[in-house]
Design a protein around this ligand. Sequence first.
Ligand code: PEP
Length: 254
Amino acid sequence: MRRKIVAGNWKMNGSKDLARNLVDQVRAETGALDNGVEVVIIPPAIYVSDVVEQAGSSLAVGVQNVGQWQSGAYTGEISADMAKDQGCRYALVGHSERRQLFGETDDVVAAKVERLASCGLTAVVCVGETLDEREAGRAEAVVAAQVKEGLASVGADQWSNIVVAYEPVWAIGTGKTATAEDAQAMHASIRGVLAEIGAPAESISLLYGGSVKADNAAALFAEPDIDGGLIGGASLVAEDFVSICRSMPAGTKS
Ligand code: PEP
């Protein structure tokens, strides 16, 4: 049985007020959901402790990035251990904005995944092709390489702490979403790649991200290999985010 997850990535947005008010509302309105969805809030690191305080036990909290080192002279970085120490259970790795703006390579992604796995945090490993790569017919190959290289360090007993988020770069923050059929096809392909590298593919949760909104979430989440969503812009508005969480169908994904 796979975890069904809806995670809200606030990116570099938010404030103490948002951490208090939005999280309160999301907690109140998702607490009673009976569709089995795990709701995760991923604020900027500086607000993690505020969010953890408001989240109680019904919401999980994550960070958007960790350094690939255990500790030391890396000014500005936070470590996987620190995120865990603050009460986080999740961390994003390899988000396309990190890859494009901060030069995060698959090797760096693999090193970060290793750090996270060693302290028991769940790594949400983001993969996805650019528009040029899709138009050149290379989308599946690009994503397969990111999955293989980014997960190269995962030990046999660490797969339960791995989640993969398929986020086509052309769909992030653009209002363009992959169709449910195209997203499902890529998720099935990713599951095939996971099986190829010896992972327990059927038990790994795969999330879709890229302009998921209240009005398209249900169609995406209805697909058999889409186990949830990674939500950017719509996670900053409580009503929209809650409505996306409600769109997860009841029953198991397996
Ligand atoms: C994201 O930041 O991971 C994302 C999917 O953003 P948006 O939902 O705004 O496209």
